[in-house]
Design a binder for this molecule. Structure first.
Ligand code: ATR
Length: 285
């Protein structure tokens, strides 16, 4: 029931018509009786700065930020979480007493989805495949979760080097940039995290690694791609007996983490499970 005291949230991006976030946040609010509403806020490029200012003017309590504004929003906020700043992207904004606070719940969501599978990055030798924006947030995640070492492999080596420098400067974790040729000669990795768009629908038969047997000794692997649910990278590893985690959990938990930040609550396991089922039904529609 919307009334005079309802807190207002929304998703800022362009386009936002495909977003599952309005469904999931309104569902959670309903289930635990929180007086909030969450609406789509499609904002065209030239109006973005105005729109972020307007959220304060209109007494919004917060918003999610999606493509193409996750980087640009940082300059518009009063306070930005340290790890979100390192990642260079904010997807969750909380507005409290006329101050805006920015967070990155994409990486927090990935941490939760890894925990859910009963595995951990602590003490692991991680190979990150790719060096784009997603790889940067994965590298910060590995460092905060106390990985022992991180290697970043990328076609364009300077991009991997730039992430390695960033993490080495801010965390006590050994990070290096390597080429695909180097990768063929090293196989002491215990976890692989695939962050490129290779293998994403419609290119479902592609993987970034030609000889997947070099990864056969992993404890587990993650592919942050969520469409398809099982990528070729995951399928090949599963066939070699390596446990894999896809990107769908990260997508779901970034919403849960945002909801928890806004409302200072913890969404319990049972509600999470029901929300997850709703979320999957929604995606399959
Ligand atoms: P995002 O922000 O989603 O991570 P991005 O910044 O465009 O996207 O990064 C895409 C990543 O996929 C990069 O690491 C890119 O490698 P380059 O930096 O060398 O471009 C990698 N990638 C994309 N297509 C690739 C391909 N065909 N072969 C190898 N790497 C590829």
């Amino acid at each position: 029931m919307i009334n005079g005291k309802t807190n207002t949230y929304g998703i800022v991006g362009y386009p936002v018509g495909h977003s599952f976030s309005p469904m999931i946040h309104n569902y959670l609010a309903d289930e635990i009786d929180i007086n909030m509403v969450y609406i789509p806020l499609p904002i065209e490029n030239k109006r973005f700065e105005m729109a972020i200012k307007a959220l304060k003017t209109l007494s919004f309590s917060g918003c999610n930020v999606t493509v193409p504004y996750k980087m640009d929003v940082i300059g518009q906020l009063d306070v930005v979480d340290k790890n979100a700043e390192l990642i260079g992207a904010v997807n969750t904004v909380k507005i409290l007493d006329d101050k805006s606070y920015g967070y990155n719940t994409d990486y927090l969501g990935l941490i939760q989805s890894i925990k859910d599978e009963g595995v951990s990055l602590e003490g692991q030798n991680v190979i990150i495949i790719g060096a784009g924006g997603a790889a940067r947030s994965v590298a910060v995640m590995c460092a905060t979760e106390h990985a022992k070492s991180i290697s970043i492999v990328n076609r364009t080596l300077v991009k991997a080097e730039s992430i390695a420098t960033l993490i080495n400067e801010h965390f006590d974790c050994k990070v290096s940039a390597i080429t695909y040729e180097d990768l063929n000669m090293k196989n002491d990795f215990t976890v692989a995290i695939q962050t490129t768009s290779i293998g994403m629908y419609p290119n479902v038969d592609n993987t970034p690694i030609v000889d997947m047997s070099i990864l056969s000794k992993l404890d587990f692997a993650i592919d942050i791609v969520y469409n398809p649910r099982e990528t070729k990278f995951m399928r090949d590893l599963n066939q070699m007996g390596v446990k894999t985690i896809g990107g769908i959990g990260m997508l779901f938990y970034q919403a849960i983490k945002a909801f928890e930040i806004w409302n200072d609550v913890t969404v319990d396991g049972e509600l999470c499970q029901r929300a997850y089922e709703r979320f999957l039904e929604y995606l399959d529609q």
